[in-house]
Design a protein around this ligand. Structure first.
Ligand code: COA
Length: 314
């Protein structure tokens, strides 16, 4: 098995492999745009397992900062992990991931992370390699009754002009949390390069024209809200009540609640918080100076301080 970079293989083969494994794929033009903008990607974009001219597995390595109980640290991330279904179980994905782990070690990273679901085959593969879950992800539900929206609040679609304010709201909302609190100020700009329609799921909460919070909504996926970020408790309540008042169906849902502070906020607003849902973020120590078993504590997963909002899904 040879390890090849994206530029060393036929881009059509990479497309085919992703399409087969995920049901969707990025074409060469999209990959070019992403490589030129998003600083989380490596310059060679992705690594492939190749054997006798066949492209059999893919890993897209990423690098970004997270906040651990020991401080802010740059870690590795694995995205786009897949292998050709005809060779599943034959170790191609594992050997390619091992090669990426070696690269991470060369860069001095102590930790590799990934997002997945306990629902899929990959979860067992990652667990076998030693990856552990960092924290439970919860879901919230509330049958909607009429509630009074405090005066002056408005909810509107987000535009590019909102991005700096959204980032500063996010920074202050996550200032006491651990995990994915170190989002690059440019991250939403990069997401827009990838998908020009990306901002359509974001809403801005304003009062008297001032931006006080934002959230994401994906009604098509039965997610009324996720990543509800607000300056103060009353702004948080206004964001939630505004979303509830727009619901045609009578049940409001919240996706991806991780931090205790958010659990309390939603419970305080009458939501039943339940789970853990199958979504999972896992991590592995790359050094014998750090035990993988200690990573949930380091990321805040055992103290209720872990946070990862949907914008930081990878
Ligand atoms: C997930 C996926 C990459 C796994 O690929 P794979 O080629 O089967 O993985 P490997 O053969 O390298 O498996 C690694 C090891 O896990 C073992 N394994 C496979 N499935 C397992 C399971 N469900 N539970 C435990 N171990 C499992 C393998 O036997 C192998 O053992 P080894 O290390 O002793 O050789 C592949 O199934 C895939 O492409 N799925 C579709 C795309 C996808 O969902 N990607 C994950 C996104 S998070």
């Amino acid at each position: 098995m040879n390890v090849r970079a994206y530029d060393e293989i036929d881009p059509l083969e990479a497309f085919r492999l992703s399409l087969l494994a995920f049901g969707s794929a990025w074409d060469a033009a999209k990959i070019r745009r992403v490589r030129a903008s998003d600083r989380r990607y490596f310059s060679d974009f992705a690594l492939y397992a190749e054997e006798r001219g066949r492209v059999l597995a893919q890993v897209v390595p990423l690098r970004f900062s997270v906040r651990l109980s020991t401080g802010v640290e740059e870690v590795g991330g694995l995205a786009g992990v897949c292998s050709h279904p005809s060779v599943w179980g034959r170790g191609y994905a594992r050997r390619l991931m091992d090669a990426v782990h070696d690269r991470f070690r060369e860069l001095g990273f102590r930790i590799s992370t990934l997002t997945t679901s306990r629902n899929i085959r990959g979860y067992g593969v990652y667990a076998k390699m030693g990856y552990v879950d960092l924290a439970p992800f919860w879901s919230g539900v509330r049958p909607v009754t009429q509630r009074l929206l405090p005066g002056g609040y408005r909810l509107r679609k987000a535009t590019k002009a909102d991005l700096p304010a959204m980032h500063s709201l996010y920074r202050s909302h996550t200032r006491r949390m651990l995990g994915w609190t170190e989002r690059d100020p440019e991250q939403l700009v990069w997401a827009l390069v990838k998908d020009p329609d990306y901002l359509s799921k974001y809403r801005i909460v304003t009062r008297d024209g001032q931006r006080l919070g934002y959230l994401r909504t994906r009604p098509g996926d039965a997610v009324t809200m996720e990543e509800v970020i607000a300056r103060e408790g009353r702004d948080f309540r206004a964001a939630v009540v505004s979303m509830e008042s727009r619901l045609r169906r009578g049940i409001a849902t919240v996706n991806w609640i991780t931090a205790d502070a958010d659990v309390s906020s939603f419970r305080g607003l009458g939501y039943t918080v339940d789970g853990p849902v199958p979504d999972a973020t896992m991590a592995l120590s790359l050094t014998n100076k750090l035990r993988t078993a200690d990573l949930p504590r380091l990321f805040g997963g055992t103290s209720g301080r872990f946070v990862q909002y949907s914008t930081d899904d990878f």
